[in-house]
Design a protein around this ligand. Structure first.
Ligand SMILES: Nc1ncnc2c1ncn2[C@@H]1O[C@H](COP(=O)(O)OP(=O)(O)OP(=O)(O)O)[C@@H](O)[C@H]1O
Length: 247
């Protein structure tokens, strides 16, 4: 089995507090791994370490077999991308959608014709020419998240980290974005690390789950098994807090 993301012994301390404590997991090529846990369990810190936004105190991260620590920022960005909960914070408010995507393409693929690829990316996320000319503030939350996904996909990354990427959206828009992400994964060569506190979301999008508590992974396995027969008491507690029939 090919592994897109291999994480071993990842650790991050803030002073005497250990936010990420000996975290290890694999993400299969084309797979989707849900990283779940309550607020403060260390999920976002793990994501930031994977993206190189923070420096780990220990551990290794391989993407497609290549150690991330040995790569420069641009090479790393070509392999692993992130979509955050709030695209307002990550999209430049002064750039139209078209310019936002073109900027990424210009940086990573200079000289290639940008317009056809921009059109392809917009199509991939269900946006059209009208949205292409819009600024982020002229779009709905769901549309902005589609732009953030398109921008992340523009470099054709191996791994897409989705950090609470649907948490701020209405349930019906959430369902649309989750459906879109499933279609993109089915059509392409990308794998997902899906970070969420919401086990109902995990049931929709992840084929494997790792449950995080106080910086450690306490349980992991195929989603169907973990959700139907959780082994760890903390996983059972998380499941109990999900409304019935959410799966
Ligand atoms: N820069 C920092 N300095 C000190 N402590 C930090 C820092 N970043 C995170 N922490 C602490 O690390 C712990 C894990 O935070 P993290 O954001 O990774 O959790 P999380 O599971 O993503 O939660 P949430 O879903 O609320 O973001 C928290 O207790 C947090 O206070």
């Amino acid at each position: 089995m090919n592994i897109d993301l291999e994480v071993r012994g990842l650790r991050k301390r803030y002073g005497t507090f250990t936010a990420v404590d000996d975290v290890s997991f694999d993400l299969a090529a084309g797979g989707s791994l849900g990283l779940v846990g309550e607020s403060g369990s260390g999920k976002t810190t793990t994501a930031r370490l994977l993206l190189g936004l923070e420096r780990a105190d220990a551990g290794t991260v391989l993407v497609a077999g290549r150690p991330l620590a040995a790569l420069d920022r641009k090479a790393r960005a070509r392999l692993i991308q992130i979509v955050f909960q709030d695209p307002f914070g990550s999209l430049d408010p002064r750039l139209t959608v078209r310019d936002c995507l073109t900027e990424v393409l210009r940086l990573h693929f200079p000289g290639e014709p940008y317009a056809p690829r921009v059109a392809e990316l917009l199509d991939q996320v269900g946006l059209g020419p009208r949205e292409a000319g819009a600024l982020p503030r002229e779009l709905s939350g769901g549309q902005r998240q589609r732009v953030a996904i398109a921008r992340a996909l523009a470099v054709r990354p191996k791994v897409l980290v989705l950090d609470e990427a649907v948490a701020a959206l209405d349930v019906s828009v959430q369902a649309q974005i989750l459906g879109l992400l499933a279609d993109i994964r089915a059509a392409g060569a990308v794998s997902y690390l899906f970070i969420t506190h919401d086990l109902a979301v995990v049931g929709c999008v992840a084929d494997h789950v790792a449950v995080m508590r106080r910086g450690r992974i306490v349980e992991s396995g195929p989603t169907a098994r973990v959700l139907s027969a959780p082994e760890h008491e903390y996983t059972r507690l998380l499941l109990d807090s999900v409304p019935q029939n959410a799966f």
